[in-house]
Design a protein. Sequence first.
Length: 834
Amino acid sequence: MADEKELRYDPSAIEPKWQAKWAANPAMYAAEPETTEKPKYYVLEMLPYPSGKLHMGHVRNYSIGDALARYMWMQGYNVLHPMGWDAFGLPAENAALKNNTPPREWTLSNIAAMKVQFQRLGMGFDWANEVTTCLPDYYRWNQWFFLRMYERGLAYRKQSKVNWCSLCATVLANEQVIDGRCWRHEDNIVEQRNLEQWFYRITRYAQELLDGLDKLDGWPDKVRTMQRNWIGRSEGTEVDFAVEDLDGAKIRVFTTRVDTIFGATSVQLAPEHPLVAKLTADNKDIELQISAMIDEQKVARETDNLGAIDKQGIALGRYAINPYSGERVPIWVANYVLMEYGTGAIMSVPGHDERDFEFATKYGIEIRRVIRQVGDSEEDTPMPFVSEEGILINSGEFDGLICGEAQRKLQQVAAEGGFGEAKVTFRLRDWGVSRQRYWGTPIPMVNCPTHGLVPVPDDQLPVLLPEKIEITQQGGSPLAQVPEFLNTTCPKCDGPSTRETDTMDTFVDSSWYFYRYIDAKNDKAPFDSAKARYWFPIDQYIGGVEHAILHLIYSRFWTKVMRDLGMIENDEPATRQFSQGMVIKDGAKMSKSRGNVVSPDDMIARYGADATRMYSLFAAPPDRDLDWQEDGVAGTSRFLSRVFRLVHRYAPIAAGAKGQTYSAPTGTSLALLRKLHQTIAKITLDFSGRWHFNTSIAAVMELVNELIAAEGAFASGEVPAAVVAELLRSLVLMLAPFAPFLAAEFWSELGEEGEVLRTPWPVSDAALAKEDEIEVPVQINGKLRAVIRVIAEADRAAIEAAALADEKIIEWLAGKTPVKIIIVQGKLVNLVVK
RNA sequence: GCGGAAGUGGCGAAAUUGGCAGACGCACCAGACUUAGGAUCUGGCGGGGUAACCCAUAGGGGUUCAAGUCCCCUCUUCCGCACCA
């Protein structure tokens, strides 16, 4: 058959044709209305920042999601597979500075360019509800949500120490600071500044965000663990130590080990603790030492060296009273006590805490044992002894209690005595959302000289971001330089006022965009709650692990807030979340600075979108890092060429067999149909949970290898046309999630008219897939000695007989009788010989 | 320091429940064919050995008829958190 000049696989002759067809038929990927009988499936991939071009990480992310969406379509689901643009953010401003292009223009033209790339890749997105976060019809709802949060005390303003990136010229959220550096500028150390900032009170949901993780069993453990650590729940006790000689003053400490309180031999305050000033009044020397300590700490914090600086303390010469024992203990200021955590003050128990031990040793503070290790005497208990498996000693009336019991008892005593209580502390901080940047959502507040902070009324939304603006990098909010924006009137009194000039963190935009996808044109509300009831929660969310904390915790918070606003009924945004691995090359993440970036456009130009997508799924399981090897793309492309030739040669036979059936296949037909149905079963299983598309694709390759090896039997008619038709049809359907262009091309070559996507996924016929003869390895003492062939239904006795009758086995046994024969049905035989 | 993931041929990887280690692909080697192409086809390809066989899943121990898979110890890499009381 191959003797004539044969048509070669040329993606550039196939893909553009289908791109045009699909672009002209947006209904193809459109979700159906909620009234449909079909079950719904919401598959979501994280929306890209419109930088101007997709990178390989995007290609991988969207290839995974698109494969799943296509599979679910073929399984008969009403699939929602939307896309949008996380379009606010700093790069647009930087580009404006560099090229003198307005951020809006720059962003929108990037979006247009990337949309073309998506089209080239053949991504099946429903663009009907495209979301572009920088447009007023989206960000007005950011403002609307802000006002709802403000009404409920979930949005508030406070003076606070904040992270400042000088290159961004703005504040960063804690989540955007990585190793003391800016998440966008890896080389830039984040400074600390004191600024008046807007915050979202995510801490109000700390406990619920933590509890919810237990139920999110469709989320990767890694993500759940990271979020748990980030929330950082810690159970303990707050206890007041009265300050000696200072009227009514108390130092409240937080401890997780109140059972060790009789061993507290000092109290340590953070240098910034408000009481420090009072306690050091008139002592200029100590004040100077403390401010030097604060400075040093600041530098250390800024260079991410906090853990490395020596523990230092300054004794204030003042005393506090242990409320349980009445003992006087010295008050110190220590550089390792953080004002931001707990109460900013601790009791120091050197006998039972590593850090306190180190500190006390350095400064000669008394070290006292108050817990004895179970089974050891006081003297034999190691020092410091930090375990909670112990018994109280030297603790007055509490002696003899075990640690846990003592904690409860001591808490009770504190509560009754009014000097303390059980307390849960979180590491999670409120979410700072103010940004001193232009390209973001304006915060809808007005500052009136008479009425102070006044929210902009709903009917005046959106507060529009002015478009004509000169971007400078002077620090401070650019919007403050725009009088038409800045100057306004007070909603309450109409008097001259000024607007809030900070804009919102772009993570606000991405915290709820996926709700807007269900109703993006709604101008009465962020979305219709009835639609949300149908579509939510998201069935599968897919994105990079770099968002495990940031975006995924904010989204969960936002969902809970919306639920409490009565807008939705789901507690969590997504039942299943998947974090795909990074795309790396030559052992490192692709980056411009390393010069190892591979452009998707180049790959598409050379090998076609199908091969590029398929390789990104074939080279590694989706959750692992993927090492990009161009030879591998070439290999995938060669595979597609083989399929192309195969289908092209025999499509006429298959097309001619339309409507024909076959009966009781034998020989080659049976062998090929068996392989086909095994392959269907394998891929269907992979889609149902494991998502190891690399092995799915390997299974298709195996099938194709067998089909090609047997193609003589297609030409000769040994394999009936109806069988050829089933083989090719099913093969094409199984390729559809991975190589949509070729699948569409083949589908039409096979004489099919409907869309591949609307064609049911093939079903594996278990009877056909079953082998009638199987190979069973025979081991002697666990070592492989022979392989026997038996019928699939062979019982234990038959297998045993066959194994013992095998010539090689007889030789190996050399007359000995096995003391034990292990038979694992269908798997192996192991003969144990002494 | 704490927490998590991982370590299998020259490379990417596979082995779904403890049951034939290396499927599938890349690279490479040999051959065929040729319209000399970014081809295509056939065969080979963990290490040692002429062979029968032996050895091999980071290293060491263990459990088991049987271990890449389970347990203990050690090493290495990556990721997250980190003076959090």
